[in-house]
Ligand binder design. Structure first.
Ligand code: FE2
Length: 461
């Protein structure tokens, strides 16, 4: 585990003192509904610390106490599961708009900009330890699990804002005996796995800017939903909306879309798609109706600004690939569950004010632009989790389309390369998009203009 900066130790050095060192702690800022910024501190202490906002000290509020949640049903057998232990406090404080400095225990927190123009997009950042798929990523090897490198490189780019498109937690089961790649890794849905999978390797980037924390399917209630609600969701933690009891999962598995204004009459619209399924949803399914409700709320939010960028973990307009036992490669269109639900209300899938969608879930980078009036789709699920390495063609065939009725005009991809995506604002409707590798080298450049986008390189190798 990486150790984070302990300010009191640095300030006092080795000088003899009776003052105990300040505890190691985790701090970050999340953006939520209408751009409200919330400071979070995760700390092993008897009480929440104070936060100093513009020289005024005030107590932070306890969001969640230290506790161990009794074992609940998960995708794993009980023998491969354990109760989720959170032996630390989650503390929070709202940062009023216009706050110019925020400090906790001597550590400065990043503050939101009213009009961010430099945005980092990352997704799918955890180290996959999963018994059911016999997947044992080498979490101990930086080249095999490079999220810390991605986070450091992305921080060096000096973003105003970071968007994580979801799937933070992947260490679900114990590393098998005798596997040095993952030996010693914590596992399960408690703090130790969350820390090694996300907070410790992501620390440099958490220090660099406020974050938008999109929820992925790895954070649904059956998996790491408890940690999602406790640590990442920007809204209040409510009893029953915490994934602690399976009986409440129809509440905890869904949350409403929200809008984050980013200047120039533009909003980011954040969708929680954690509980959809690629197998599809149909009328009568809980998710079908819930995502219809989300679509209506998304459309209402989109009306509040002339232009919007949508964020959903699952791409509705992306394309993945899988290889069959006989060696055939099949293309995998966008998420069938959301396509069915959203498509029942709007065959174009998204409100006209949405310019582009930012997603993850597929472990690669890709861009799609359409001649059929759909928003551009970007996928940035290449920031740490073991990559999807089945090759995609340089040009997509007309069939299958990413979504019913979607006609691809431009397609660009990078399969089997780790890195991060950046977006730099160049005008009201224009963004320059770059694809960076682990060395910080730019591997592709794209321009998003209105709903259309195009990249310099069709197939990054
Ligand atoms: Fe995912």
């Amino acid at each position: 585990m990486l150790k984070r900066w302990a300010p009191a130790l640095l300030l006092t050095g080795c000088a003899a003192t009776n003052t105990p060192p300040a505890p190691d702690f985790t701090a970050y800022v999340v953006l939520g509904e209408y751009g409200a910024a919330v400071a979070r501190v995760l700390i092993d202490a008897p009480a929440c610390p104070a936060i100093v906002l513009d020289q005024h000290s005030q107590p932070m509020t306890l969001r969640a106490p230290a506790q161990t949640i009794p074992l609940r049903p998960t995708p794993s057998a009980p023998a491969d599961s354990k109760p989720a232990d959170f032996p630390l406090l989650t503390c929070e404080a709202t940062l009023p708009a216009g706050t110019t400095s925020a400090t906790v225990l001597g550590r400065k927190l990043p503050l939101p900009k009213a009009a961010p123009t430099r945005i980092v997009v990352i997704g799918d950042t955890g180290c996959r330890l999963q018994k059911s798929s016999n997947s044992w990523q080498a979490c101990n090897e930086a080249a095999q699990y490079p999220f810390a490198t991605v986070a450091a490189q992305a921080a060096a780019w000096k973003p105003d804002l970071v968007i994580h498109v979801g799937d933070y937690h992947y260490r679900e089961n114990a590393c098998p005996d005798g596997n040095p790649g993952c030996a010693g890794s914590p596992w399960g849905y408690g703090w130790d796995a969350w820390d090694d999978d996300f907070f410790a390797p992501g620390a440099r980037l958490l220090d660099a800017a406020p974050w938008i924390m999109t929820r992925g399917n790895h954070e649904n209630c059956q998996r790491a939903g408890q940690g999602y609600w406790r640590f990442l969701d920007p809204r209040p933690l409510l009893p029953g909306r915490d994934c602690n009891a399976a009986a409440d999962d129809d509440v905890g598995n869904y949350s409403d879309p929200y809008a984050v204004p980013i200047g120039q009459d533009t909003q980011l619209l954040v969708l929680d798609t954690a509980n959809t399924t690629w197998k599809g949803l149909k009328p009568g399914d809980t998710g079908y109706a819930r995502y219809q409700d989300h679509y209506r709320k998304l459309a209402a939010l989109a009306q509040r600004a002339p232009r919007n960028l949508g964020i959903s973990h699952h791409p509705l307009l992306g394309m993945g690939a899988d290889s069959k036992a006989d060696g055939r490669i099949v293309l995998l269109p966008g998420d069938a569950g959301l396509q069915a639900s959203f498509g029942s209300l709007n065959p174009q899938l998204f409100p006209p004010q949405i310019q582009a969608m930012l997603s993850g879930h597929i472990h690669l980078w890709e861009q799609l632009s359409f001649s059929s009036g759909h928003p551009s789709q970007f996928v940035a699920g290449f920031a740490g989790t073991a990559e999807d390495i089945v090759p995609l063609p340089e040009r997509l065939p007309p069939s299958p389309p990413p979504a019913p009725g979607a006609v691809v005009e431009h397609f660009s991809s990078w399969v089997d390369g780790f890195g991060f995506m950046t977006m730099e604002r160049r005008g009201a409707d224009q963004w320059d998009i770059e694809v960076h590798d682990l060395q910080g080298k730019i591997r592709n450049r794209c321009r998003l203009d209105g709903r259309r986008s195009a990249c310099e390189v069709a197939q990054v190798r």
